[in-house]
Structure formats: C-alpha cells, structure tokens
Design a protein around this ligand. Structure first.
Ligand code: ATP
Ligand code: MG
Ligand code: MG
Length: 550
C-alpha cells in the first residue's frame, strides 16, 4: 500500500519537514466510538494514514471517548476491524482519550490555580442567554469572579460526586466578548454520572471534546492534527489550551472539507436512526454507507482507497457524485474479479442431438486476462439460459439473441441452433429445443454460419441454487438530508429484493466475501456472514455498466 498525494496537507507536511519544523510525521485518526465508521471516515482514514505512510511517519488510532453515554465496546471493535480491512495499521497500542483523564484533570486544576478556569452554576438555558449571539457579545457569568480557593474546592467536590448532573460545570475563563463563540468561556468539564466503557465508575466528571483533543495530540506527539472544517472555529481554542497549559509538545490543527456523497447520508446519528428504526438490518447492512456495510456489499478496500484518491483533499466541503464511487468500484472489480455464470430467469433448452446422459466437464478460466485459475463446468443435454436471451421472432435488434433457426454460442461451450420451442397458456416460452453444432468447442462452425451472440448458461441437471440479494440505492433523493422534510421521507422502500438463481456448481464452494462478475449480469459477492456451500448467498455489488448503478 503506497500512497503519494499532492494534497494541501501533504504540501504543508513537506514544508514543515524541509524547514526542520518537524523531524518526523505523526498523525492520528480519532473516531468517537458512538457508531460505525462510514465512507466519510474512510476519507479521513486515507488522509491521516496515507500522509503518515507517504512521509515515513506513523498514525495513531485514538478513540475520542469523552461522551460515555453514547459509546460502546461494540463500536470500538467494529472501528478497529474497518481500519484493518482498509489495509492500514496504526502505530503501537490503541490510544483512548480516557487514558489521559488523570492528566487532563490535573491540567484543569492548573488552570483554576492560574485563575483561568472557574466553576459555573448557570443552568443550560441561562448559560445560553449569557453567551450572547453572533452579533452580540456575551455577558460574564455571575460566578466568574469566584476565588481560586472556592473554585478548587467546588471542582474537587464535583469530582467526588457531590453535585447532580448539570448542576455545575468548569469553564475556561477567556473572553465573553470574543467574536468567536467558542472562546466565550467554553465548558471544559461537566458532570455525567455514567459508567464509562474504559474507566468504569472512576469518574463522574468528564472533559469536553475541546479540552481533550489538543492536549491528547500533545501527549501523543502528534505533529499534524487533521480534522474536518467544522472545527475551524475551534482552532483558536485548541491553541489557547496548548499555550496556557504545560503540554509536552505543540501540535497544530489543520482542517479539510468533509466528504458528502449524493444519494447518501454520512452522519452517524442518521445512520443509527436507520438501524434503530429497522429500515436496514444493522450497521453492516449492504445498503449502508458504513465501511462494514460497503464491505458486505462487495466493495474492495482498494476501490475505497482509489475513490479517496480520486476525490482528493481540499479546504471546502462539496458534494461528490456517487457515480465516482461506483466507477472506482466497477473498475477494480472489472480488473480483478473472477468470472462465473449464474442464470436469474431460467429457460430450459434441450439439446436433442445429445444422448440423455451426456455430461462433459468443460474448463473455463476464471478471468479473461489474469491468471486466476480455471473451473470445470458440467455440460449436459438439458441446460438453462436466461429467458431474455431467447426471442420468438428474429429481427436485427435481436441478432445477438437465440431465435428459431438461429445459432448462439454458449459461453465456454459449443454453438447450438434453435429448432423449435414450446409455450404455456399465457404465451410464455417454456422450453427451447436445439441441436448442437459439431466441433464448435473453441471453433467456429465448419459451415461458416457463425453465431452473432454469446450467452451464459448452467446445466439443468447439475447446478446449485443460490439466493441473490439485489440491492438498490437506499435513498430516492440525491440530497436526502437537505431541503424540505426529513431524510426518512426519502428512504427507498424497494431497496432490497431477493431472487433465486441457478449457479455453476463450483460457485457454491467459494469462500464468503469472494467477489465475482456473474457474466452479463453484474458484480456479486458471497455474503460475508450467511453464505455457505449448502445455502449459497450472493449480494449484488453493482451492475456491469454506468446505467446500472448502486
Ligand atoms: P458524524 O458527524 O458522522 O458523527 P463525526 O465527525 O462526529 O462524524 P468522529 O468519530 O468524530 O465522527 O470522526 C472521526 C474523524 O473522521 C474526525 O476527524 C472527523 O472529522 C472525520 N470525519 C467524519 N465524517 C467525515 C466526513 N464526512 N468526511 C471526512 N472526514 C470525516
Ligand atoms: Mg467527532
Ligand atoms: Mg458526531
């Protein structure tokens, strides 16, 4: 895995190295374990791990776990899996912001001693009033002038659990008139009487994101702390803590534009809602834009990384066309996925000039260019082709189809000619009778009447059945979370349909997560969790062409 990119973050890093401002690059990826990672996080992962690789540095994985009420071990485990699957390795042990709770507490005490923090008793509503607005300065809290002694005492008692949740907070004493709302005496500690997944019941006060992030970066020696643009206004506060505390290093924050994809929501809160409401089967449902959902859908790590390369990294938020993601996926699968045959709408063809018990094992390569080995396919007197490949009337439009009196090539097999067909009472063709043209395995017919089309097929007497899960986009609107109404109004009610297909016997044996192109049908993947040789299950990853999108 080698990434070299020329994005603005990479340029900043190069300049810092050239100027000797940093000796080696240390980045971090800091998810909050309150949900599964989504495709937007993949952009951040590719950037943080990517620049670390590019400059021979390292990237830490740090769980930003300051809101225990929403976090869990399940999410921690899923996040670790996703990063590993994408092909990245964090440096050393996993870090948790909660590893630094003791240090952060001590630094909060230092701020109090320096008269740069105070305990405030305003309730949430009052605090909002005192905070002012974008156009009006805030007012000082009536508790702002508490003495250092009083603040030390109150903060200690907050820590001991003497006060109820929400009764008091610790605030940094900065500037209630600052044009930047984040500098108007931001909260740095709040009371939460909740068991924490890492620290148990040790704490009932928890530091805020702002008081945690930069200091954690400093403790870990992060040189470039890369985050999304919504934190731009938090940068002065990030720097204020770094300047006002005896931190061991001077990390710097840089912001880039987050990924927004059309037909997709990329907010953990909204994705959680889809899970909780049962719109999807779970966080890793193949329709979800989560990394684990995409994995189960049949995305490859390579396709996601290529996509992140394609979209680049800029300092503005933009909407990315989901067709770019589809393109990256389709071209990776086209290059690398083995081919196989599956018939979704079977129509029986009887090759009457073959003996009843004819069975010939034909060899077919798994890939037209790559050496992926070959499989054997049983060729028998009765086979299935797809209903769409037979037409009762020949016409120019159907010249590549199988028609009475016309010939067709069976993929990796012989040329056959349709001699007759049968229909049911509703007029549906139920059976085609055909004859095999001799000596056409890998050869054109000796009489020079060459077939125009090639169709996929399976043996009617020696195949397996597979469940195919056909997925469509989860949202019918390009911008489900913008404009009128709720994103839930735009959920595609028909995003999953299940059909039975007939597959080559060899396909039942493949491993879970094996990607295939079912020739002329689409790209499919053996379901990660439910596929077995006894009950093969394949998920539709994506159609073969642009017009057959996710
Ligand atoms: P969400 O809004 O979905 O809850 P978040 O930003 O709160 O996402 P975190 O777990 O805090 O989620 O994110 C970890 C890292 O991933 C952060 O640095 C964050 O900026 C980045 N990230 C999250 N969403 C995106 C996105 N859509 N595009 C790029 N980076 C993202
Ligand atoms: Mg966050
Ligand atoms: Mg969030």
């Amino acid at each position: 895995t080698s990434n070299t990119s020329n994005n603005f973050i990479a340029k900043i890093i190069q300049e810092d190295l050239d100027a000797g401002r940093v000796q080696s690059v240390q980045t971090r990826f800091p998810p909050e374990p309150n949900g599964y990672l989504h495709v937007g996080h993949a952009k951040s992962i590719c950037l943080n791990f990517g620049v670390a690789e590019q400059f021979d540095g390292a990237c830490n994985l740090r769980f930003d776990d300051t809101n225990p009420e929403k976090e869990s071990q399940e999410f921690i485990d899923a996040i670790k899996d996703d990063i590993t699957w994408l092909g990245y390795q964090w440096k050393g042990d996993i870090h948790y912001a909660s590893d630094y709770f003791d240090q952060l507490h001590d630094w909060a005490v230092e701020l109090i001693k320096a008269d740069k923090a105070y305990v405030c008793d305003l309730n949430a509503e009052e605090a909002r009033e005192y905070r002012g607005t974008l156009t009006e300065p805030g007012k000082n809290s009536p508790y702002r002038e508490r003495t250092v002694e009083e603040n030390l005492d109150l903060f200690a008692r907050m820590k001991e659990g003497e006060f109820d949740t929400g009764a008091k907070v610790l605030r940094a004493k900065i500037d209630m008139a600052s044009p930047n709302m984040n500098m108007r005496d931001p909260i740095i500690y709040r009371i939460r009487k909740i068991t924490h997944h890492q620290t148990g019941d040790k704490w009932c006060i928890y530091p805020t994101y702002d008081f945690t992030h930069g200091q954690s970066d400093a403790i870990e020696g992060i040189t470039h702390s890369v985050c999304t643009l919504e934190f731009e206004d938090h940068r002065p506060l990030y720097e204020w803590f770094i300047e006002n505390l005896p931190v061991p290093a001077q990390p710097k924050q840089y912001e880039f534009g987050r990924l927004n994809l059309d037909y997709t929501v990329t907010s953990k809160r909204k994705l959680k809602f889809l899970v909780d409401e049962g719109v999807v089967a779970g966080w890793d449902d193949p329709r979800m834009p989560t990394i684990s959902g995409m994995r189960r859908r049949g995305f490859t790590p390579n396709s996601i990384r290529t996509f992140c390369d394609m979209i680049g990294v800029t300092r503005s938020d933009g909407m990315v066309d989901v067709a770019m993601l589809e393109h990256a996926l389709r071209s990776d699968l086209n290059q690398n996925a083995p081919r196989a045959m599956a018939v979704l709408k079977p129509l029986k063809v009887v090759i009457e000039n073959l003996p009843e018990d004819h069975k010939e094992m034909l060899k077919a390569p798994f890939h037209p260019e790559l050496d992926l080995g070959e499989r054997e396919m049983p060729f028998t007197r009765e086979i299935f082709i797809d209903q769409d490949d037979f037409k009762e009337e020949y016409s120019k439009k159907f010249k590549k189809k199988f028609c009475p009196g016309k010939r067709i090539r069976l993929r990796f097999s012989y040329v056959i000619e349709a001699t007759d067909y049968e229909k049911d009472a509703d007029g549906n063709v139920t059976l085609v009778k055909a004859k095999l043209i001799e000596n056409t395995l890998g050869e054109n017919p000796e009489d020079g009447v060459n077939p125009k089309g090639v169709v996929h097929w399976v043996s009617a007497t020696d195949h397996k059945e597979a469940e195919l899960r056909l997925y469509e986009r989860l949202f019918t609107s390009a911008t489900p979370d913008k404009g009128e109404g709720d994103f839930m109004d735009h959920v595609n009610k028909d995003s999953l349909s299940v059909v039975t297909a007939l597959i080559e016997p060899a396909l039942a044996e493949v491993d879970a997560e094996a990607n295939f192109q079912f020739e002329r049908e689409g790209y499919y993947v053996a379901d990660r969790f439910e596929h077995t040789a006894e009950k093969p299950i394949f998920n539709l990853t994506i159609g073969l062409r642009e017009d057959k999108s996710l």
